[in-house]
Design a protein around this ligand. Structure first.
Ligand SMILES: N[C@@H](CCC(=O)N[C@@H](CS)C(=O)NCC(=O)O)C(=O)O
Length: 239
């Protein structure tokens, strides 16, 4: 009835031509001297890809540290010292405004980088607030609801159809909210491409691939996904 796995566009890591140096996250040695300004701890998941998108959009060189989630590297003391929540993504900005700055939570990371570099957020307080309300919509709703649906479908044992139905219904309602917003706006927060689009795209692109039926009557969401997905930085992040 449902596809069981994320498609290759969703879960495979990569990105060619990016200005990053790759290293496996190795416990005990991850504090090696950084050669680039940003150390980026991530894995090949939608939340990780959001940060790749903004790093690529800004053209920032970064040290890529792949974290093995299956081996629970994200729960080790060395990782928890950076991110007490024990999850990717996490960044260390070695040239933060007050020196070395560690940021976790994908929405906060995108906000930090957008504000620092003066791009993809908006100019005025109302513009920034419009951007942030759609960032919050993704962080509090699209991510957790889509994520729980995916968990119910692929991981939960014994299978629980009521659980899946609950999260499918809410996920489809959220896609409907996006459809209304994108019917009258080029991008989620208005006419400009912002971090709201960057945080939302990896999740929605994944589900357009895995659950095309949810988007059959959602032309504005599909139009937006094509527009955002055509950006070179996004293509690198999703490759
Ligand atoms: N709200 C967090 C969610 C981060 C998150 O759920 N990360 C997942 C991968 S997408 C993770 O690290 N899972 C491993 C775990 O929970 O141990 C964010 O957006 O940064």
């Amino acid at each position: 009835m449902y596809p069981k796995k994320w498609g290759p566009a969703i879960m495979d890591a990569g990105g060619q031509g990016s200005r990053f140096k790759e290293s496996r996250f190795k416990l005990g040695i991850f504090q090696l001297r950084s050669s680039f300004m940003i150390d980026f701890y991530t894995a090949s998941t939608p939340n990780g890809r959001k940060v790749t998108i903004i790093l690529e959009e800004l053209g920032l060189p970064y040290n890529l540290h792949k974290v093995n989630l299956k081996d629970l590297e994200q729960k080790k003391p060395e990782f928890l010292a950076m991110n007490p929540n024990g999850k990717i993504p996490t960044i260390i900005d070695n040239k933060g405004p007050e020196g070395k700055t560690t940021v976790f939570e994908s929405g906060a990371i995108l906000y930090y980088l957008a504000e620092k570099h003066g791009q993809f957020l908006g100019e005025s307080l109302p513009e920034k607030t419009r951007t942030m309300q759609w960032v919050m919509f993704q962080m509090s709703a699209i991510g957790p609801i889509f994520g729980n649906y995916y968990y119910g479908l692929n991981t939960l044992t014994p299978p629980n159809p009521g659980f899946i139905e609950r999260f499918e219904k809410e996920a489809r309602r959220l896609v409907g909210v996006m459809e209304i917003q994108l019917s009258g706006n080029k991008y989620l927060s208005g006419e400009g491409y912002t971090i709201a689009d960057m945080v939302t795209y990896p999740w929605v692109a994944g589900f357009i691939h895995a659950q095309p039926g949810w988007f059959e009557d959602k032309p504005a969401v599909k139009r937006w996904a094509e527009l955002v997905g055509a950006r070179p930085a996004v293509q690198k992040a999703m490759a």
